[in-house]
Design a binder for this molecule. Structure first.
Ligand SMILES: O=C(O)/C=C(\CC(=O)C(=O)O)C(=O)O
Length: 310
């Protein structure tokens, strides 16, 4: 397949657009709930996609994100820079600046960023950087560049979000455990949920969290991890049952270091596009008590992204 060019907004073949007209969740989110992992895409005509991107998505604007937030009953968003925008954070920053203080962000930066540019991101509401190790999404960045960035964002009180696949954790372990900030893992490090929850692969991830109190996890993206479903479609309120034991284990063992997000607009799903209302109904299966729900959805994200209010 030819690499896309920056001006070409033709979606990647097979691209699935986000679900229009999501259901009303049956689960009532606690007051002040934060959707701590979501993205904006473009719109491409205003914020062109990065030349180095590995996919070209459908547009997913800030207004559409904020409409979903209100529909589902969230109060705030954490907008995570998606790889299709590379290190050009303008679409994400624009969303933060139009959120009325209800959104904070996670950026992608290169070592060439100036202190003044970092400060401007901070003032816009950025509170973290994302290091992505998923090979289908990004080209390799040298570890010394990432460590240099981590050292520079630490004084701002930011954290590092890491995205990787479970099979790569052994090789990345020394790098991750050397990071000097709070470290937030996307989607539980993408376990293979057809393996046992008590097996060595997920065991290593639990050990990573157990031995390193600075490590947090998003218990999000069951729609990406599930093998057996059922899918969050057609009124299914007990979706992705095979992911539940994994996410619930993390929530119950580390209740003060977990976050949840919709992952809207769900980039790169190949199989189906979930109904986001039914996705919210996944939450009580992994955080069964009101106390766990409050920590997951309100207390923890507020402590990390709005510490001045927490
Ligand atoms: O949205 C996610 O969290 C997951 C992604 C996309 C992504 O991370 C990105 O493009 O930045 C994926 O697995 O394709």
């Amino acid at each position: 397949m030819n690499k896309p060019t920056s001006g070409d907004c033709t979606k990647t073949p097979g691209w699935l657009d986000w679900y229009a007209g999501p259901s009303q969740p049956a689960f009532r989110l606690p007051a002040g709930a934060v959707d701590a992992h979501c993205h904006v895409f473009g719109p491409g005509a205003e914020f062109p996609y990065a030349p180095e991107r590995k996919y070209t998505p459908c547009d997913a604007s800030k207004a559409q994100l904020f409409a979903l937030r209100d529909h589902l009953g969230f109060a705030r968003n954490v907008v995570v820079q998606a790889t299709c925008h590379g290190a050009d954070n303008r679409a994400m920053v624009d969303a933060l600046q139009h959120s009325g203080g209800h959104a904070r962000g996670v950026a992608t930066v290169r070592r060439s960023i100036s202190d003044a540019e970092l400060q401007a991101l901070h003032e816009a509401g950025v509170r973290g950087v994302r290091f992505n190790f998923v090979k289908r999404l990004v080209d390799f960045t040298p570890r010394d560049e990432l460590l240099e960035i981590a050292a520079r964002i630490k004084p701002l009180g930011w954290h590092v979000v890491i995205y990787f696949e479970a099979v790569d954790l052994p090789e990345l372990w020394d790098f991750f455990t050397a990071l000097p900030t709070t470290v937030v893992v996307d989607h539980m490090g993408r376990p293979d949920v057809s393996l046992p929850v008590d097996g060595p692969q997920f065991g290593l991830f639990l050990k990573f969290m157990r031995e390193h109190p600075n490590v947090w996890s998003k218990v999000s993206c069951p729609e990406r991890l599930s093998v057996t479903g059922p899918k969050a479609l057609d009124g299914e309120r007990s979706a992705y049952a095979d992911v539940v034991p994994f996410a619930r284990r993390v929530v119950e063992e580390f209740p003060d270091r977990v976050l949840w997000g919709t992952d809207w607009p769900h980039p790169n799903l190949k199989d189906h596009m979930p109904d986001d209302g039914l996705l919210v109904d996944f939450i009580p299966h992994i955080a069964p008590t009101p106390e766990l729900q409050r920590k997951l959805l309100v207390d923890n994200p507020m402590r990390l992204y709005w510490p001045e209010e927490a």
